[in-house]
Each structure stands twice: as C-alpha cells, then as structure tokens.
Design a protein around this ligand. Structure first.
Ligand code: PHE
Length: 346
C-alpha cells in the first residue's frame, strides 16, 4: 500500500511539472482526484482492509489527497507566471534610440495666436479659464442680459440640443460662471480673466463665415475700472499680436451685455491709414467688440454693480488669425488641409 502511494505521488509530480495550461492541469486533477482518479480508487479500496489497517492506510491516502489538492492549487500560480512570461517575451519591442525621420506635427494657426495672447495676458496677471461648449440658454443669453425675444438673439442663431441646451454662440456664455466662481475681488485687487473657446452659429458657410469658430474673451472687474483701463489693455494686446505700434479708435457698438459698448478698430497696416480695398477705403479695420460690463450682468453674476465696474472684450480669434497670416478663406481652419495649415509656425 505504502509503496503504491509513493508511486502515485511520484507519478503525479512528474505529470504536474510538465503541465503548461489550465486545461492540462484540469486533466491531471481528474486523473488523480476525479471519480475514477488514482487517489479516489485508493480511498475506495480501503473498504477491503481490516478496521486496524484502515486507520493508518486511511490517514496516508487522505494526506496524499490533501497534498495533491494543495499542489494543484499552487500550480495555478505557476501557470499564471508562465503565461505572463510568454506574453512579455512575445510582446512587440520598441527601441527608442533608433533615429526616425517621421515628421513632427505643427500647431494649428489658431492655437499659435491663442497661446501668444494667453502669454501676453498672463504676464499682466490674468488667469485663463475655459467655458463649456454645450451651454444652457441661461448662460448663453439670459445671464448676459439677452432675455427671450430680445432681437439681439436673432444674430446668434445656433444649434439646439433636444434637452434645450445649445452650442454656445460666444465666449460671453462663460461670464456668469466665472463671476460666480471667483466672486468680487478683494479691496485693491482685480478679477482678471481670459477665456478663449470654440463657438458655434447657424451660418451659411462661405469664405468669411463659418458655423464653428474661435473667440477669445477677457474681463477685468474691480472697484476702480474705467474705459481708460479697457483702452490700455486693448492697445497692449494689439501691439504685441501685430508686432507694430497700432492706432486704435472706438466707435459706439451695441451688445446687450455692455454699457457703453464699442467696436474697436485698428488702423489698416496695408495702406497705413490712407484707404485701400482691404479696409474698404476707410483706413480702419473693425476688430474687437468691447465695453463696460452691464450692471445687470454683474448683478446676475453675484457682484454688486453699485460697488464694482468692469470691462469685457470679445476678440474674434479666427478673424485675427486670418488677418495676421493673411488667410483669405475661413474654411481653411477646419479643413484639415495640413499642407496649408502647417506653414504657420509663429
Ligand atoms: N460676445 C460678443 C459677440 O460674440 C462680443 C463681445 C464680448 C462684445 C464682450 C462685448 C463684450 O458678438
């Protein structure tokens, strides 16, 4: 009996060590511990023994059974390890030191202009925020003083979702959220925020109209902000972007969320202000709508308009990129035409 058990044990370990898969392991388990397994047979055979013999033999068979069970369980771990090793050895290897002649990507012209303006404003203490592209009607219109049925909504038709939300028509949609996030500035400080973003309008697309375009909005709020501050920041911005000394002028312009509101023009660089086709002979190019934030907008943002004032401007980033790089067709920006888009590097 003992000899027999020793043989079974030896044979078991030999078989176990050559197992390479879970299926094989199961086969071995059944061969020893299954209904007709070798160890099970031994247990069955106990009944032919005398009660005395049964006691010791029973203990021996059972301990072999336990040992085999344990060995099988722990071999599952070994199998897992074998599998990992196989996976690692078979994995694709990369040699990061091999030189490549693959071309690097380039930044999109709008990204280049946006980053440049962000840099300029960050050096002047502005923080950068970004607003959501899917907005509530409240944020896009009501919170910027454009109630339902206001005629100004007609110029900003957009795409509505089934749940009543919409694709934002201007970066101003973030004004309310930003005011609520930061609140009124402390005494002697200013809330200065720049928030670029993608905007959408229901437009018939042509060389100068797109349904998807970028704006870059800025806002400065404090207890001592006037139009003089607005003019100063706009001049710095434009001088840096165009890398020349620009002249600006303000004309009255209407937007429900500013009072007074302006259209800011810069002097035409092409003719130096004398008049040419680009500036339609006026010597000026319309560039930047802006104004002093309307008291209603401050109030809805949780800021007391009796104590605080502020300015806001909404730069057409896509438009600015067209002017800076002399791009004649707005459709280029969303075209994915890399041949053209990658020409712009700074
Ligand atoms: N949101 C306005 C537009 O898209 C632009 C604007 C922003 C005007 C801030 C004034 C102040 O038409």
């Amino acid at each position: 009996m003992t000899e027999n058990l020793d043989n079974i044990k030896k044979q078991f370990y030999e078989e176990l060590n050559s197992v390479n898969s879970y299926a094989e392991l199961e086969r071995v388990r059944v061969a020893y511990l299954g209904k007709k397994g070798l160890v099970t047979e031994q247990l069955k055979n106990l009944r032919y023994l005398t009660p005395e013999e049964k006691k010791t033999a029973g203990m021996m068979v059972n301990s072999l059974k336990d040992e085999i069970e344990q060995a099988i369980i722990s071999y599952q771990g070994t199998l897992k390890e074998k599998e990992y090793r196989k996976e690692i050895e078979g994995a694709e290897r990369y040699d990061f030191t091999i030189p490549t002649n693959r071309e690097l990507g380039t930044l999109h012209p709008i990204t280049i202009v946006q980053r440049r303006i962000e840099e300029i404003f960050m050096t002047m203490g502005f923080i950068i925020e970004d607003g959501l592209e899917i907005q509530t009607e409240y944020n896009n219109f009501e919170a910027v003083n454009t109630p339902k049925d206001h005629p100004a909504r007609d110029m900003q038709d957009t795409y509505y979702l089934e749940n009543g939300q919409l694709l934002k028509t201007h970066t101003s949609a973030a004004q309310n959220t930003i005011m609520r996030k930061y609140g009124a500035p402390k005494k002697g400080e200013h809330l200065k925020v720049l928030f670029p973003g993608r905007c959408f309008r229901n437009e018939n697309v042509d060389a100068s109209h797109e349904n998807t375009f970028f704006q870059l909005e800025g806002m400065m709020i404090g207890d001592d902000i006037s139009i003089a501050n607005l003019i100063y920041f706009m001049k710095v911005l434009l001088t840096e972007v165009f890398e020349r000394d620009v002249k600006i002028r303000l004309r009255p312009g209407f937007f429900p969320f500013v009072e007074p509101g302006f259209e800011l023009d810069i002097n035409c660089a092409i003719c130096g202000g004398k008049g040419c086709p680009t500036c339609k002979n006026s010597g000026w190019l319309e560039l930047l709508p802006c104004g002093m934030i309307h008291p209603n907008v401050l109030r809805m943002g949780g800021i007391d308009p009796e104590k605080y004032t502020g300015f806001a401007f909404g730069l057409g980033l896509t438009r600015l990129a067209m002017m800076k790089y002399n791009i004649k067709d707005i459709r280029l920006f969303n075209s994915g035409n890399l041949k053209q888009l990658k020409q712009f590097t700074r």
